[in-house]
Design a protein around this ligand. Sequence first.
Ligand SMILES: [Zn+2]
Length: 99
Amino acid sequence: MQLVYTHENKILVENARNLLRESGIESTLKNEYAAGAMGDLSPIQTWPELWVAEADYPKAKAIINDLINRPAGEAWYCRQCGEENDASFEVCWHCQAER
Ligand SMILES: [Zn+2]
């Protein structure tokens, strides 16, 4: 397994995971619940991490790079709950409704 992406914001990590899944790449989320049990750990150690198989890593990394480098577009509003969502989100951060 290789670490392909990590971010302080779990929503962004889950968004990346969704993108990988759509491309047929299975990933494993680590530290998913760590943020709630931060304790003595430094914040960086509690960031959620996205891990993929070695064989999937190059493709996964390319997808993640595309995501990171995607130009910021217009924010959008969820039809279901009305929350504002970042342009890079594929689903609502609040209620997980499709864009
Ligand atoms: Zn919503």
